[in-house]
Design a protein around this ligand. Structure first.
Ligand SMILES: Cc1cc2nc3c(=O)[nH]c(=O)nc-3n(C[C@H](O)[C@H](O)[C@H](O)COP(=O)(O)OP(=O)(O)OC[C@H]3O[C@@H](n4cnc5c(N)ncnc54)[C@H](O)[C@@H]3O)c2cc1C
Length: 215
């Protein structure tokens, strides 16, 4: 990280650490608008393109000492990687929603036994089938940001429904939720940014005032 930090500075990047973005304004559809990020410290930053890489925050169990087992025996995902880590063992799935159901079916062929911890009396009690199907079918109820064609026919890869606003990594709907893929999307979005900025070069909507200012 130290080396990445140094290299970015050599290329003229201005770092603002720590700063929290609390809202985004001015995301229009013309493709040349100036976007404004309001920061928690009462400053604002302006830009023609923004990359959202805020990751995902998962709901955690209120269990004492849970964090010391995260990454080794507590997982938030059931991919081939977790299946390999748990191969031949007994696994407990907490929850009875659609994701838990999918994970149970998937893990069952890799582990010796799958236990499901369910609050209700049975699986159907947690959510009726028609509701599960309806929610699964909705493109926007899951809390992740849509990009590319999923967010609009004319959108560039990794671009959201708002012109000039991109999303990468865990926050992006459909991303793999792995470090390597998040870093890869970071590299990929650079090409998209170059293409977008080249298309608006010479535009009169320049950033004439300082990039950062008090709100
Ligand atoms: C317990 C656990 C174990 C994992 N184990 C592995 C593993 O073994 N291998 C693997 O490949 N992946 C693993 N992952 C997944 C991996 O951590 C993520 O895929 C990866 O970190 C995603 O990178 P990201 O840059 O999208 O988001 P993050 O790494 O989450 O980074 C997002 C950053 O944005 C900041 N941020 C959020 N909101 C704001 C805001 N409003 N303003 C300013 N900053 C903000 C956050 O503070 C954070 O620093 C694990 C995840 C978890 C939860």
């Amino acid at each position: 990280m130290a080396r990445a930090y140094n290299q970015a500075q050599k290329f003229g990047v201005e770092m603002a650490i720590p700063d929290e973005v609390i809202s985004l304004e001015g995301a229009g559809n013309a493709g040349n608008g100036v976007l404004r990020l309001n920061l928690a410290n009462n400053e604002a930053a302006r830009a023609r393109s923004i990359v959202i890489a805020t990751g995902a925050r998962y709901r955690r169990l209120a269990v004492e000492g849970l964090d010391s087992f995260e990454g080794t025996s507590v997982h938030y995902w059931a991919s081939p990687l977790e299946a390999k880590l748990c191969a031949g063992e007994e696994v407990t799935l907490v929850g009875a929603g659609n994701s838990a159901g999918q994970a149970a079916v998937y893990l069952a062929s890799h582990v010796s036994k799958v236990w499901m911890l369910v609050r209700g009396a049975d699986l159907a009690a947690s959510m009726s089938r028609y509701l599960v199907d309806r929610i699964t079918g909705l493109p926007n109820s899951k809390g992740f940001v849509l990009t590319g064609v999923e967010s609009g026919a004319s959108r560039r890869p990794l671009e959201t429904s708002r012109s000039g606003v991109y999303a990468i990594g865990d926050v992006r709907s459909g991303s793999v939720k792995r470090v390597a893929s998040a870093v890869g999307e970071g590299a990929q979005v650079v090409a998209a940014l170059h293409a977008a900025l080249a298309s608006i070069q010479g535009d009169s909507t320049n950033l004439k005032t300082p990039l950062r200012s008090n709100r």
